[in-house]
Unconditional design. Structure first.
Lengths: 228, 228
């Protein structure tokens, strides 16, 4: 593998790890962070630090105000659920309608302009227990769409969708990233941080992260050495 | 057919006609206009007038700055081609990479939040001689993606993609819209209008429109009674 890839970088640990795997495999990276109307901007700040750490060729922050449609706790429509059973099935209220389709489409536009041969996304097995747009069959359908949608596809070299974490658990992701020397202190996962930026520790994202570090037998460096 | 539909409304005559067909078929309409970094804002003004004329439930204008990626004359990257042979094959420089995928994705987000049962897009046979993301097989691939991407799809009622103009020529579109009583004076098609808003008459879009009215045996009311 070589050439460039467009990576969707959220500021969380999954997309950072996916990007680092693409880099290890020989890709130079363009990083795309979408400001989609999140209530909290802390994750966008984290994305900037992660992009710098990865040494990307260029980092674009693109605004698209999905709050105009509403429909998700992540864009201010309802409260962030706390202390929810982690393995509950079903689509949570933090689901942002069509988010990955919108993000992948934007990445596809950049991939086409830049001639990138891959789009990197950090979705994983945990996500697709709840979010329909994280499942492998969804990613395959997007790859097929990309092959029909673009000039590159018409010319026989459509960008592929690279989702290296898709079958990994959170602890496996953390182990892989740690082996690659990643600094997870740069990342931010919480859906509902305090004004100081400190994670709440009670939303799904905080608790999945804490369980991942615990199962990997590692401390979370973003918590400054304390253990939840 | 009944229920609501999200229509992608550009301010041109195709999307206006597609929306009017969906309305005739019993849909109440949500209209989405994407400000994607067009050099000219005249078409966004036209979209507002068209939305008002159609009596839509709500019109959302959403900004997403595709000029950040470059790669199209329509977002200021290179000159708009003029006086080009109209039936030339190949992808013109006015092609905006992944534009329809991005637009349909945004419409999908709104459709999911609002429970709309269809997404309406005005692509047609003329478009897909040059733009890969206007072909029927592309639209089918997006519909499949939508069925996998969304909560509605998981629950067995994915939004369908309604492209009522897909096999029509420009003159057939104009005849249909005229029969529906549409006021094409509200629409704007030119890629490169004068500061006054007056169409240039020489870009592909102006010339396809002029040929469509000529073949339909009608005057273009947007030209104030003059004939090109």
């Amino acid at each position: 593998m070589s050439g460039t890839a467009v990576v969707l970088l959220s500021g969380g640990l999954d997309s950072y790890t996916a990007a680092a795997i693409a880099r290890r495999d020989g890709h130079a990276l363009y990083a795309l962070t979408v400001r989609y109307g999140q209530v909290h901007e802390r994750e966008v700040e984290a994305a900037r630090e992660v992009a710098r750490d990865l040494g990307v060729l260029r980092h674009v922050e693109l605004g698209v105000n999905l709050a105009a449609f509403g429909g998700s706790a992540l864009v201010g429509d309802g409260d962030i659920p706390k202390d929810r059973p982690l393995d509950e099935r079903g689509i949570p209220s933090t689901y942002v309608p069509a988010r990955n389709t919108i993000f992948l489409s934007l990445a596809l536009g950049w991939a086409e302009v830049s001639g990138a041969e891959a789009i990197v996304i950090g979705v994983n097995a945990l996500d697709f227990s709840g979010y329909p747009d994280c499942r492998p069959e969804y990613l395959e359908a997007f790859e097929r769409l990309a092959s029909l949608a673009t000039r590159a596809g018409v010319e026989g070299r459509p960008p592929r969708i690279f989702a290296p974490l898709v079958h990994l658990s959170k602890s496996e992701i953390i182990r892989q990233g740690t082996a690659l020397g990643l600094n997870y202190a740069l990342t931010h996962s919480c859906y509902d941080p305090a004004a100081s930026g400190r994670p709440c520790g009670r939303c799904d994202s905080c608790r999945l992260r804490a369980r991942g570090f615990r199962e990997a037998g590692l401390e979370d460096p973003a918590l400054g050495g304390t253990r939840q």
